[in-house]
Design a binder for this molecule. Structure first.
Ligand SMILES: [Zn+2]
Length: 302
């Protein structure tokens, strides 16, 4: 592989570390007060991912939920000790646009402290539950800057029933605010006509055939000459997780192809190169700084 060719591009791997019952679509099914009583499977599933990443010599970013870190600080230490980046998925898994600014500040501050205490390193990245930084919650970016986060990966440039800013930039960009700046690193999409379609992770990785992800990441690498950002959850490689009584659409989105996701992940790790978000962001930083227009990519003022 030659430097500068699409084959040499290193993509970003990311895992949102939460249990199967934390998922936002189950909010009405498993109330928070019941979380403590549920069978926890997050440690074993995350350890399985760590073994797979070792096998393929891949390092990833793990956006760990503060609630999980509080109960399993040894898991956070293990992830960091095996060479991966620890980042924050917030503390409570409440959607950002359902929180007040003060509550959100407390949530991301608490999570950052728990994670830093557990791994002994600074935490610089944040990803919101269900990508819930939208036009209704852009104030969250100011809070993240003020609380010491350096990058965010919560704004999906798509149309979706629960999240997304469809007109935001598909590339990483810098957001300059009076209190400082933040690099926004959107999940990867590809443009088909007027539509931005997600190509790198989550339900789209499980529900659609594998070729969709492979084609989409290759398209980002080859046509745009930049890294893709892929994401997955530990519960997505756990076909034996307890089934929750959600509605039909939620069940389809959550349980489809759980038994095939590990195989797909192995194919993905064979087909592409990956590293942590932090290192991919650092590698792109020079380009981001020199591209003036990317700072203007959010069409809203707040
Ligand atoms: Zn989540």
């Amino acid at each position: 592989m030659q430097p500068g060719t699409p084959e040499s591009i290193v993509n970003a791997m990311s895992i949102d570390v939460e249990d199967y019952f934390h998922v936002s679509v189950f909010d009405g099914i498993v109330p928070r007060v019941q979380w403590e009583t549920m069978e926890s499977r997050v440690c074993r599933n995350t350890e399985k991912l760590l073994d797979i990443f070792d096998e393929y010599e891949v390092r990833s970013t793990f956006f760990v939920l503060g609630w999980v870190a509080e109960r399993h600080p040894e898991l956070v230490r293990t992830i960091a000790g095996r060479g991966h980046e620890i980042a924050s998925h917030g503390y409570s898994h409440r959607l950002v646009y359902d929180q007040t600014k003060a509550a959100f500040r407390e949530d991301v501050r608490h999570a950052k402290k728990l994670l830093e205490d557990a791994c002994g390193r600074p935490v610089s990245g944040y990803r919101a539950p269900s990508y819930s930084i939208t036009p209704r919650s852009l104030w969250a970016l100011d809070v993240l800057i003020e609380e010491g986060y350096r990058y965010d990966s919560s704004i999906f440039p798509i149309r979706h029933d629960r999240y997304g800013i469809s007109v935001s930039d598909r590339r990483p960009y810098r957001i300059d605010r009076p209190s400082g700046s933040l690099i926004e690193v959107p999940g990867s999409t590809t443009q088909l006509g007027p539509m931005n379609l997600p190509v790198a992770g989550g339900g789209y990785f499980r529900i659609l055939p594998y070729w969709w992800t492979r084609w989409g990441i290759a398209r980002v690498n080859e046509q745009e000459n930049r890294a893709a950002v892929f994401y997955l959850h530990p519960w997505e490689i756990d076909p034996d997780q307890p089934r929750l009584a959600a509605g039909r659409l939620s069940r389809f989105r959550h349980y489809r192809h759980l038994d095939d996701t590990e195989n797909r992940l192995r194919r993905l790790l064979t087909d592409f190169r990956f590293d942590t978000m932090e290192r991919v962001v650092d590698a792109a930083r020079l380009t981001i700084h020199h591209e003036e227009r990317v700072a203007l990519s959010l069409p809203y003022s707040w």
